[in-house]
Design a protein around this ligand. Structure first.
Ligand code: PEP
Ligand code: MG
Length: 930
């Protein structure tokens, strides 16, 4: 296409060029070109938008081109913009290459003015319809193009309804709507300081500019940031100008939205909603609650038949579930829009399996079309099956999953309370696109109006958040900050639970249980495993976690953090004894008590993993993490001293009282004697002195262990070198656990991993402990114990020395949490809540490097380490066990540099399995961002 051409008629635009025409515009072209009944129109390109945003004015000549395309439209439709006997009205819609539902602006009924309004009345003979269209246009144009706030219009509307005694918009007659349109015109003039433009080309010019501007509007920018939509994915919005067709021309007209399959369950059945005698925005904004599409079969059988046909054509053309909008104008069906349907994870997985079965898509496509991180949604909590409480109300099950939280009545409050760490449920009559920031922070959404395709429902589903919509029993008063359901009044801050799977709303917090894998999910992940090259392991510290990880499909444990075992309440005192020991003997005595406990832990994990590899990391954190803080100890010691003083004072109490008030003393003499006796016994036990002494000893040790920067201090292998007996105990526990398993006929395959290694010599030292202990264990148990010995690579120097490291290490595991910290010199404890948000918001960094692997920096170190390591030891096993191991973008990179496995938390194992398959399928297209 010629890049200076800013406009394409629907007949001419390239339906594949979404970057230029936007998803919506490209589809309108494509739908027109495959013969669907699309009202005529044209698309103004995203390049024109970028030109506008750069200079803050429409590109030169654009208005002339628009005029000639409008002339062509007038020829095609026989209508005239802004006048004539057959007036042309158009919609002006936004649409970028990436779907951003409701995030940008759209104006309908453009072209209405005093002249065309009269013509429309004459032509349709329907004054009510014409004024209804006019007042809608003034409101939308006023709001979007001229910046007049919605609530001014809503107030006028409410006042007219009150005066007319009307409950619904539909109850207003032509006279009311005429009055309303007049008031709206006045309102616009008052608020914007200018008369409402009557020239349709002026309207068009302002509208196109406003839609372009909406690309940089707050909600669009927030949305792109949240969903990581970068300029190379979508740059600017296109504008589609399309002949208006009307669903509100009477009982043979209507409007609706459809999905070619059910987006909540994936069921192969047309799904959607419609309203008779209404315009599209009524369905999407949830102003009226629509009817299920199945009812259309009885109401308009011929239209329903055409819709079924349309559904088939859309799917066989796009090979994807479609979300389409349609309008019926006086018995004629028009398709106004189609796009790939946004579905929840369950529906995506099911449709992948079924569309493959129907021959509509290949297995590769079935794997590629599911966004891996969505799979976490399938593990959304459900209400506990043991819960049989009565619900307060029931609305529509709009997005599955159960959530509890405190009620908030507006998006700003949801955002601020959510960011402060509270769990909140956003409760509103209906939501609008400007509420998006509230969605991000809410656990779930509850609305009293709107259907399953209302804004709230669609956005919540996309985000995988529970949503109950159209819960009409709830009367929300957001000014008084309460919601009334029958006899119950709920206030802001009260806790409720919603179940987006069945639409129920409960007072208080209801216990939830985790979700289970569906059969389709199992199938999809089995396909993924067939394709993937990367293996997926899990990070797990207990036999229970290990069992769960296996259920999620992990083929081993890539990281057991042994310190988590040390921290449980039965072990901590022994660990503290070990740390406080004054001599090696004392330390050994504590370690001897820890040994059987650790051995039992490892045995449990090995058994749960049934012979799959289990990578156990030797102790990593600095010792002080197992001791209370100095400040806490100082406080406790001060309290104990105060207690001593109080005891002394209490012992003097009887004598003092005898002197001051003998009568009172007599009254309490018995009790006082008992009290003093008790205090003596307590003092003689020296209990508090013992406690003080012990606490002082701990405090001394805590002070001795204090480090300026503990994360770079005495931790990891450095501890193992200073206290060989600690690592020796752990190594023995691992190998003995393996021996015991083998003796019991259970396979076990431990991999011993050393953290924080920076020099080859460190690794060799620990290796010598392992070799020595391995021999002893084999001799004592009379059994061969197989194991691997390896190192974490989480220090920059280790990457540089990887070639030599691989002489001793049989495997590497990248600890990318520490490696990221070390590469950036960012303290991971401080970065995420101090400066990183500003870095990502202002574009210094595209992503938080602790979430998404920094391929350009950390990634290059990894690449180098893999190459060096494999040069020494070609069969070197290499894994990653930092948080990035479960992040799809990072997984693609790991595949690219030939890593053997990724290891991540249990619930992310399915995500990683799918991402690993996609990485393989897309390997040829992979571009190293370096
Ligand atoms: C790492 O550094 O990536 C790692 C897995 O270890 P930890 O997060 O326990 O320091
Ligand atoms: Mg680490």
């Amino acid at each position: 296409m010629n890049s200076s051409k800013f406009i394409y008629a629907f007949e001419d635009g390239d339906g594949r060029n979404k970057m230029l025409l936007g998803g919506k515009g490209a589809n309108l072209c494509e739908m027109t070109q495959i013969g669907l009944n699309v009202p005529p129109g044209f698309v103004v390109t995203t390049e024109a938008c970028l030109g506008y945003l750069e200079k803050n004015q429409l590109p030169a000549g654009l208005m002339n081109d628009i005029r000639s395309h409008v002339t062509a439209l007038e020829k095609k439709t026989g209508k005239v913009l802004g006048g004539g006997s057959n007036p042309l009205l158009v919609s002006v819609r936004s649409g970028s290459a990436m779907s951003m539902p409701g995030m940008m602006d759209t104006i309908l009924n453009l072209g209405l003015n005093a002249t065309s309004l009269e013509a429309l009345i004459r032509q349709t003979g329907d004054e009510r319809f014409a004024y209804d269209a006019y007042r809608r246009f003034i409101q939308l144009f006023g709001k979007i193009a001229l910046g007049v706030a919605d609530e001014h219009f809503d107030e006028r509307m409410a006042a007219v309804k009150r005066k007319a005694g009307a409950r619904l918009d539909l109850d207003l007659d032509a006279g009311h709507l005429k009055e309303l349109a007049g008031e709206f015109l006045e309102l616009v003039k008052r608020q914007s300081g200018k008369a409402f433009p009557q020239d349709p080309y002026e309207q068009l010019e302002i509208a196109v500019g406003a839609v372009f501007r909406s690309w940089m509007g707050k909600r669009a920018v927030d949305y792109r940031r949240q969903f990581r939509i970068t300029p190379d994915m979508a740059n600017g919005t296109a504008v589609s100008v399309c002949t208006m067709v009307f669903g509100n021309l009477g009982a043979d007209s209507g409007t609706g939205v459809g999905f070619t399959r059910n987006p909540g369950t994936g069921e192969n059945l047309m799904y959607g909603e419609y309203l008779v005698n209404a315009q599209g925005e009524d369905v999407v904004a949830g102003i009226r609650t629509p009817k299920p599409i199945a009812e259309l079969e009885a109401e308009m059988p011929e239209i329903y038949r055409q819709l079924v046909e349309l559904r088939g054509r859309l799917e066989s053309h796009y090979h994807e579930v479609q979300d389409f909008e349609f309008t019926i104008e006086k018995g004629t069906l028009y398709c106004l829009q189609t796009r790939n349907g946004k579905m929840n994870a369950r529906a995506m997985v099911r449709t992948s399996i079924e569309m493959f079965g129907e021959g509509l898509i290949s297995k590769e496509r079935a794997l590629l079309r599911v966004e891996p991180s969505m799979l976490e949604q399938l593990l959304v909590p459900q209400l506990s099956p043991d819960f049989h409480g009565k619900s307060l109300a029931q609305g529509l099950p709009a997005s599955p999953g159960a959530a509890s939280g405190r009620i908030v009545f507006d998006a700003d409050t949801a955002e601020s309370r959510g960011l402060a760490g509270e769990r909140v449920i956003l409760v509103r009559e209906e939501t609008k696109p400007e509420d998006i920031h509230g969605f991000f922070q809410a656990q779930g959404i509850l609305t009293s109006r709107g259907g399953k395709t209302s804004h709230a429902a669609v956005v919540a589903r996309g985000m995988g958040k529970p949503c109950v919509s159209g819960c009409e029993q709830i009367v929300i008063n957001d000014k008084a900050r309460n919601a009334v359901i029958g006899q119950t009044t709920l206030h802001e801050g009260d806790v409720i639970t919603i179940d987006g799977g069945n639409g129920h709303v409960y007072a208080g917090e209801v216990p939830t249980v985790e979700a289970k894998f569906s059969g389709e999910m199992v199938t999809l992940l089995a396909w993924a495993d067939e394709v993937a090259q990367l293996k997926v392991m899990a990070n797990a510290d207990t036999p229970e976690d290990a069992t769960r990880a296996r259920q999620f499909g992990a083929v081993g444990i890539g990281l057991v953090r042994t310190e988590r075992m040390f921290n449980s309440t039965d072990r901590l005192p022994i660990v503290q004894e070990m740390i406080l020991a004054e001599s090696q003997e004392e330390r050994q005595a504590a370690l001897d008590r820890l040994l059987p406990i650790q051995r039992a832990d490892f045995k449990g994990i090995f058994k749960a993993m049934k012979g799959l590899p289990v990578t156990v990391r030797l102790l990593d954190p600095p010792m002080h993490e197992f001791l209370p803080s100095a400040a806490q100890l100082e406080l406790e010691i001060a309290h104990l001293h105060q207690l001593n003083d109080s005891i002394k004072a209490l012992k003097e109490l009887p004598d003092t009282l005898k002197l001051l008030n003998p009568k009172l003393y007599q009254q309490y003499a018995d009790g006082l004697t008992r009290l003093v006796g008790g205090l003596h016994t307590f003092e003689e036990s020296h209990l508090e002195d013992d406690v003080i002494r012990r606490k002082e000893a701990i405090l001394k040790k805590v002070r001795a262990l204090q480090e300026v920067n503990p994360m770079l201090g005495h931790r990891g292998v450095r501890l193992g070198i200073s206290y060989p007996e600690i690592y020796s105990m752990q190594i023995r526990a691992i190998l003995e656990a393996a021996a015991l398993c083998a003796r019991e006929g259970a396979e076990a395959y431990p991999e011993i991993m050393v953290p924080q290694v920076a020099t080859v010599e460190e690794l060799k030292r620990i290796h010598s402990y392992v070799q020595r202990i391995h021999k002893v264990v084999e001799l004592t148990h009379g059994i061969n114990v197989r194991f691997k010995f390896g190192t974490m690579i989480e220090v920059v120097r280790a990457c540089v020395r990887a070639g030599r490291m691989a002489e001793t290490a049989e495997f590497f595991s990248f600890g990318t949490n520490d490696l990221t910290q070390a590469t950036f010199s960012f303290s991971r404890e401080d970065a995420e809540n101090k400066f990183l948000p500003a870095y990502t918001e202002t574009g210094i960094l595209q992503d938080n490097p602790f979430e998404v692997l920094d391929i350009k920096g950390v990634g290059q170190l990894m690449k180098m380490a893999v190459a060096k390591g494999r040069k020494t030891r070609p069969e070197l096993k290499v894994g990653i066990c930092g948080e990035h191991g479960g992040n799809p973008v990072s997984i693609h990179f790991c595949h690219h540099i030939g890593i053997t496995y990724v290891s991540c938390s249990g619930p992310r194992v399915p995500v990683a399995r799918l991402a690993a398959a996609q990485a393989k399928l897309l390997e040829r297209e992979y571009l190293d961002p370096d």
